[in-house]
Design a protein around this ligand. Structure first.
Ligand code: PLP
Length: 401
């Protein structure tokens, strides 16, 4: 890629250039068939992605946000119900909950994995909620709303700690919908069954995004719901197609949430490379970690627990001098990102919820300290050396200590 020596945060040009012929052939197939929404290319991708996630069903939809919203609705989350998630995520997670008519509450994250802390979930359920003796439902004591579901987010490519989350959910009768939008192909060691499970196969259903920069990305907008629940899959399909099982016979009021054929065809081609790309991301991450070893703990590195196979959608480091380091790297031609600079509970959009700084201290601290470095399967060793060298320059000379 010609970037005049600059190293971008993500590279969306090289992989498409490498696959240009295959991708153009998809477009030609759609043109010749005159099929643009749904149809055989969508079905073929759905089968392929279900197999990849080791689940029975995959339903292609218009985006990851739609996937999350439709999965929640199809799983039976009702307007007014509470859905518990984390403040350290992309706003699509809470948007989808709100758009399903539900109310979100937060629990804080684990400082090392950046994903939902199961102990915080336990505290929330035990201390902030109570069983309603009339209905048997779990109710938040402050809002009097039924707690219906949990949405753990597999953030940066790292699976959330699902074992204790699933156990709590089953104890309290909660639906689990995974936000797997950043973690295509990540795996979690599932203790009760003594085996590795793919992200997207552990909750009642899961939402994936194929936004261009994701580990599996379309050349436009796309998403999918995965599940082993046949009825839920049918319900997502129904809702995403205006509530019609037959043309113009609308069983329920749905929406336009369908996946288009060209995107599905493109995803199908790229899916063949996803395992290899994820392996290369893991190699890139390991090389970073080795190169950073000489910096002796001045920079916090990603942590991969023994129960996780991280797929490094992002390679996220941590430092108290994050803003200074980012400015230094920008000046040196190294692209970086912050995922995310403002935790959701402190966003202007959610001011009406009345949260204060200090409400979710781990998420707040993380938001001030995280920095995402260039990460993509095609990132070369010498580029990584440059990135780490620029960070090392900063640590040795410019760090304001
Ligand atoms: C990308 C993303 C989404 C939303 O996906 P879209 O396809 O952009 O709608 C939801 N949650 C997380 C964590 C994401 O990273």
């Amino acid at each position: 890629m010609n970037t005049n020596g600059r190293i971008p945060l993500v590279d969306l040009i090289t992989p498409h250039r490498e696959l240009e012929e295959e991708l153009v052939s998809v477009f030609k197939t759609a043109l010749n068939a005159g099929g643009f929404v749904g149809g055989p290319m969508v079905r073929a991708f759905e089968r392929g992605f279900a197999e990849f996630c080791r689940v029975q069903h995959c339903v292609g939809v218009g985006s990851g946000t739609d996937a999350l919203r439709l999965a929640l609705m199809a799983a039976g989350v009702q307007p007014g119900d509470t859905v518990v998630t984390v403040p350290n995520t992309f706003i699509a997670t809470t948007e989808a909950i709100s758009h399903a008519g539900a109310w979100w509450d937060f629990v804080d994250i684990d400082e090392r994995t950046y994903t939902m802390d199961p102990n915080k979930l336990r505290e929330y359920l035990e201390q902030e909620c109570a069983l309603d003796h009339g209905t048997g439902a779990l109710v938040n004591r402050r809002t009097a709303r039924r707690v219906a579901a949990v949405v753990p987010v597999h953030l940066y490519g790292q699976p959330a700690d699902m074992d204790p989350i699933l156990e709590l959910a089953s104890r309290y009768g909660l639906i689990v919908i995974e936000d797997a939008c950043q973690a295509h192909g990540a795996e979690y060691f599932f203790e009760p069954e003594d085996c590795w499970r793919k992200v997207g196969s552990m909750g009642r259903a899961a939402a994936f995004s194929f936004y261009p920069g994701k580990n599996l990305g379309a050349c436009g907008e796309a998403g999918a719901v995965t599940t082993n629940d046949t009825e839920l899959a049918q319900r997502v399909r129904l809702l995403a197609d205006h509530g019609q099982a037959r043309k113009y016979a609308h069983e329920v009021e749905g929406c336009n949430g369908r996946l288009d054929a060209i995107q599905a065809g493109i995803l199908r081609k790229k899916l063949t490379y996803l395992r290899e790309w994820n392996e290369r991301r893991r190699d890139v991450a390991q090389r970073y970690t080795e190169l950073f070893a000489s910096l002796n703990g001045d920079i916090g590195l990603p942590y991969e627990p023994t129960w996780a196979r991280h797929v490094y959608h992002l390679y996220v480091i941590r430092t108290q001098y994050r803003d200074e380091l980012q400015a230094h790297l920008t000046g040196a031609g190294v692209g970086t990102g912050i995922h995310y600079p403002i935790p959701l509970h402190l966003q202007e959009a959610y001011r009406h919820r009345g949260y204060q700084p200090g409400d979710f201290p781990i998420s707040e601290r993380v938001a001030k300290e995280v920095l995402s470095l260039p990460m993509y399967p095609q990132l070369a060793m010498d580029q990584q050396r440059q990135v780490v060298q620029r960070v090392a320059d900063f640590v040795s000379t410019e760090s304001p200590r």
